[in-house]
Design a protein around this ligand. Structure first.
Ligand code: C2O
Ligand code: CU
Ligand code: CU
Length: 466
């Protein structure tokens, strides 16, 4: 893979991962937590579809942890569910075949009530899964040997320098989510890279605990470069979609192809733009997410001079199974309980002893986010879903819609996390059929990790007959 971010290829035999504490860089700073493999911190793992995976995870923290494989289709016993904690000093083997399509997935802890702190303090890494469609795209784009393919996690960190990663949310931050004041790309603020003219592929994960990003591309001196969305959470789209500004919620991913061939000698920038996530909720609960003062350059690509590398964007990228839009409907309501200062899914907070029973069948879900709420990136374990449409979207979202069903570009393809905006009715097609023995317990939760830890989560028990 031609990437400056060299991933660790997982070969045969078990890979060893340790969840561990890394001493602080400066005296008095909070130690970073890390998933270490050998001496490489938080390795990006590179895997092929069809490969058997075995991970021996050892917990060197003073509290319970688990490792969850975000977006992967695995038996729930290997999914890092909070019911299967690894005690301090203990270890667990996760074993599963990679049955997912190619795509950018990730791994992070999922212990009961402590996910937010462990992820914020550093335990999370990316999983690059490759398949034939992915090989074909890479060859067609002519990414070459240069750093034309970038795999990156965007995060916000509080007090980036010199006191990184202390996690002390106030009560208000527990409600609205813990936001940092510095945006980083693979741990660097204001990242710069040099690329040659031609296609550049950027694969981005929003690994922030709570911050929804509004992203876009710009160039120095000229207009924005041609940008196409080629993939989302669960791999490649069927066809590229032209991409302007887009929202990216916590845990969502995008795979983007940028045509830098006409920008020799210039610079292309990936920018984060300010917006008010609750722009029509004025009054609401009186909690407004802190706003940035202006656009921030996350990544600058200096394009070298010279003739462009050959390459082209294929018209067809992959094939996705059709979404079953006519399955039985289940409705979920996202709301806020001001007394308990907690976010609710259909009036409930997480109760591991009272799972919601669902047959192994396709369903259409309507997710209703109440007006006066905030955007929640809703995530489902265990299977990918498709976005069917949105109604009632706030203007900042409906203004980005690219079809007559109210969908935005990042709604296309196989998804595992989707932003539900205040006032919206979001329709998705899910499928609970699975190849695993026995009942499955899948988590459904908001990926604002403070919301998840505070109970905006449900256990789905896949049981019975369709
Ligand atoms: Cu990325 Cu249940 O989480
Ligand atoms: Cu997940
Ligand atoms: Cu939420």
């Amino acid at each position: 893979m031609s990437s400056w971010f060299e991933p660790l290829r997982i070969g045969r035999g078990p890979a060893r991962l340790e969840v561990t504490t890394v001493p602080p860089a400066s005296p008095g700073a909070a130690p970073r937590l890390a998933a270490a493999s050998g001496s490489v911190l938080n390795p990006t793992l590179r895997i092929r579809t069809g490969q058997q995976l075995d991970f021996d995870v050892t917990n060197r923290l003073a509290e319970e942890t688990t490792i969850h494989w975000h977006g992967l289709v695995v038996d729930w016993n290997d999914d890092g569910h909070p019911r299967h904690p690894i005690p301090p000093g203990g270890s667990r083997r996760y074993s599963f075949p990679m049955i997912n399509r190619g795509g950018l997935y990730w791994y992070h802890p999922h212990p009961h009530g402590h996910t937010a702190e462990q992820v914020y303090r550093g335990v999370a890494g990316m999983l690059v899964v490759e398949d034939h469609d992915d090989d074909a795209l890479r060859a067609s784009l002519g990414l070459g040997d240069g750093p034309a393919e970038i795999v990156a996690v965007i995060r916000d960190e509080r007090g980036y320098d010199p006191q990184p990663l202390s996690y002390v949310p106030t009560p208000a931050q527990r409600v609205m989510g813990y936001q940092g004041d510095t945006l980083t790309v693979n741990g660097e603020a204001g990242m710069r890279r040099v690329v040659s003219p031609g296609w550049v592929r950027l694969r981005l994960l929003n690994g922030s605990n709570a911050r929804t990003l509004l992203l876009g591309f710009a160039s120095d001196g000229g207009g924005p470069p041609p940008v196409f969305l080629v993939g989302t959470d669960g791999g490649l789209l069927e066809r590229p979609v032209p991409l302007g500004r887009f929202f990216l919620g916590s845990a969502e991913r995008v795979d983007v192809a940028v045509d830098a061939s006409a920008f020799a000698g210039a610079a292309i920038r990936l920018r984060s733009h300010p917006f008010d996530p609750m722009h029509q909720e004025g009054g609401g609960h009186g909690h407004h997410a802190p706003e940035d003062s202006g656009a921030v350059d996350l990544l600058s690509l200096a394009v070298t001079a010279g003739p462009p590398r050959p390459g082209s964007l294929p018209a067809r990228l992959s094939t996705l199974p059709p979404a079953a839009g006519d399955a039985p409907v289940r409705e979920w309501v996202l709301s806020f309980d001001p007394e308990a200062a907690r976010w609710l899914i259909s009036g409930r907070t997480y109760d591991p002893d009272d799972p919601i029973r669902i047959p192994p069948r396709p369903e259409v879900w309507h997710i209703l986010n109440t007006y006066g709420s905030m955007p929640h990136p809703m995530h489902l374990h265990g299977s990918a879903f498709r976005v069917l449409g949105r109604t009632g979207s706030p203007p900042q979202v409906s203004g980005l819609a690219v079809d007559d069903r109210g969908r935005v570009a990042t709604d296309f393809g196989a998804k595992d996390t989707v932003l539900a905006w205040p006032g919206e009715r979001l329709r998705i097609a899910v499928d609970f059929r699975h190849p695993f023995p026995g009942e499955q317990r899948l988590l459904y939760h908001c990926h604002i990790l403070e919301h998840e830890d505070n109970g905006m989560m449900a256990d789905l028990l896949i049981t019975g007959t369709p």
